[in-house]
Write a protein that binds this ligand. Structure first.
Ligand SMILES: Nc1ncnc2c1ncn2[C@@H]1O[C@H](COP(=O)(O)OP(=O)(O)O)[C@@H](O)[C@H]1O
Ligand SMILES: [Mg+2]
Length: 500
């Protein structure tokens, strides 16, 4: 070989190994030595087949391929370094032959695919999550409507009956429906459809110490919780409850992985993400790192952990909704979550959280809460009979006067007849014909200062924020509860008195 060719091979970005017919490495270029973690192939006496490729069927395929005219080209497979680290490659093998065609050994050429595979995996993961998200949100939507009929009715029966056994039964229905509503809520947060979440400037280190304070008592003495989060990190702009959900879920999963004893470590640093990541906007992120020395996960498990209802835990122990909720929340925050795990050694989750823009946030001023709800006229517009009746009953129960309409068109007509009669319009966002936003526009054209609350089972993501931006005075997520109703009415009517 001419020396220029040799230099080329030595400086090549791909790994190259020449072996004898047994597979013993006779030469490795620097890149191969780096990837395979070889110090000295002459003294180490390494067999490429048995110590690097391992997989018997793959070895078989290579031996057969090399002997055939097509050769063994571009095989997608994994190689293992001498230290036992496995990594994805594209591998090509050829005979090293004489001029007369006698084979003396093999030439292996391999390209490290680790980075490319990561990008590809992220893409596949994102696509998978997108379609599961659609499915989940569809199911959640249906169940939400059903629960809208059950939950408030049970609540009403409980509050209005004097019969103890009826009360007890209604309470059981209420509790069961409430549990179902909670699952739906988790599914919705996975599908990124959330109730209006208020963003606050928060310190990660405070949020973590607060949550760990609670967990420390629950986890027992053999589990060491280490909080190594620096206190001088930039503030986050996130929802406090959601941040706590992230921390809790990761900590509890780590606790489960420890199977009794070990450590869980919380760390964080600031990372500037450049243009090259498709899943994150360029900018500064606080990266929360949660690691444990627990059981770890197989590749197979890792590929499913964010799926709703995927769990490896016994029935009753895991719901499989923890990480899917975290995934949804993180997406909603425009962040990202990543995981690294080694079976029997441990797991590390990395959560990219957006740093707050450098502006002080407005705190809503404390307002005095008026205890008695005064009575008001409310126009309810909803195409779903059960929901319409339910909302009517609840408002009636709270002492308001109700008029109902079953379509946007009917609602607008009713409003037009006596615009000054109504204090508030409660309208469903998604209806056939005229939708909630359109209704709001029409009735505001008739009387600009009328209060409008938009309700929805499942809207698009950030429905609440969007509705408020579009000018609604409030947003109510179905299924309604008496409390949610009471609160939103109290807030809006209080504001209307203030502004009057
Ligand atoms: N820190 C961890 N170590 C090992 N496995 C984990 C860890 N976190 C999550 N997992 C795996 O991911 C699965 C899904 O987690 P999650 O969505 O929280 O549901 P659940 O905890 O109810 O099983 C778990 O069942 C477990 O197999
Ligand atoms: Mg969990």
């Amino acid at each position: 070989m001419k020396s220029t060719n040799l230099q080329l091979i030595e400086s090549m970005h791909d790994g190259l190994c020449a072996t004898d017919l047994e597979g013993r490495i006779l030469h490795a270029n620097p890149r191969a030595m780096e990837l395979l973690e070889i110090d000295n192939y002459i003294t180490q006496n390494i067999n490429f087949f048995y110590e690097i490729i391992h997989n018997p069927s793959l070895i078989e395929r290579i031996r057969a391929g090399v002997a055939s005219p097509k050769g063994a080209r571009d095989l997608e497979c994994y190689l293992k370094s001498l230290q036992g680290n496995s990594f994805p490659v594209i591998l090509t093998a050829n005979y090293i032959s004489d001029y007369d065609g006698t084979a003396h050994g093999y030439l292996f050429l391999f390209k490290d695919m680790t980075d490319l595979k990561k990008v590809n995996d992220r893409l596949i993961q994102a696509q998978k999550m997108e379609s599961i998200g659609q499915l989940a949100s569809g199911i959640a939507h249906e169940f939400n409507n059903i629960l809208s009929g059950i939950l408030p009715n049970a609540e009403l029966i409980k509050m209005t009956t004097d019969d103890a056994s009826t009360k007890a039964r209604a309470d059981m229905i209420h509790k069961a429906a409430y549990r179902a509503a909670n699952i739906v809520k988790q599914l919705l947060s996975f599908a990124r459809v959330q109730e209006y979440d208020t963003l606050e400037r928060l310190s990660l280190s405070e949020a973590v110490s607060e949550t760990l304070g609670i967990l420390d008592k629950l986890f027992g003495r053999d589990i060491r919780l280490e909080n190594k989060i620096p206190i001088d990190l930039p503030a986050l702009e996130v929802n406090a409850t959601q941040l706590q959900q992230i921390i809790m879920n990761l900590a509890i999963n780590a606790r489960d992985a420890l199977e009794g004893s070990g450590w869980i470590r919380f760390e964080a640093h600031v990372e500037n993400v450049a243009q090259d990541r498709q899943d994150l906007k360029p900018g500064d992120y606080v990266v929360l790192k949660v690691s444990d020395n627990g059981c770890g996960m197989s590749e197979e498990t890792i590929s499913k952990i964010y799926d709703p209802f995927f769990t490896t835990k016994e029935p009753g122990k895991g719901t499989g909704l923890g990480l899917s909720t975290v995934y949804g929340i993180v997406q909603n925050m425009h962040g990202a979550i990543e995981v690294e795990s080694t079976l029997h050694e441990g797991t590390t989750f990395f959560v990219y959280l957006p740093v707050a823009a450098d502006k002080p946030i407005q705190k809503t001023s404390e307002q005095s809460v008026k205890s008695a709800d005064t009575f008001h006229h409310v126009l309810i517009i909803d195409d779903d009979l059960v929901v319409r009746e339910m909302a009517g009953d609840l408002l009636d129960f709270l002492g308001h006067k109700i008029v109902k309409a079953e379509s946007g068109e009917e609602g607008v007509n009713l409003f037009r007849k006596t615009p000054d009669q109504f204090d508030l319009v409660l309208v469903d966002l998604i209806m056939p014909g005229m939708n909630g936003v359109e209704v709001m526009k029409r009735i505001r054209a008739i009387r600009p200062n009328v209060r409008v609350v938009i309700t929805s089972g499942v809207g698009q993501k950030n429905a609440a924020r969007e509705m408020l931006n579009k000018g609604a005075d409030g947003y109510l997520q179905k299924p309604y509860s008496l409390d949610a109703f009471r609160n939103i009415f109290r807030d809006i009517l209080r504001n209307s008195e203030k502004n009057a």
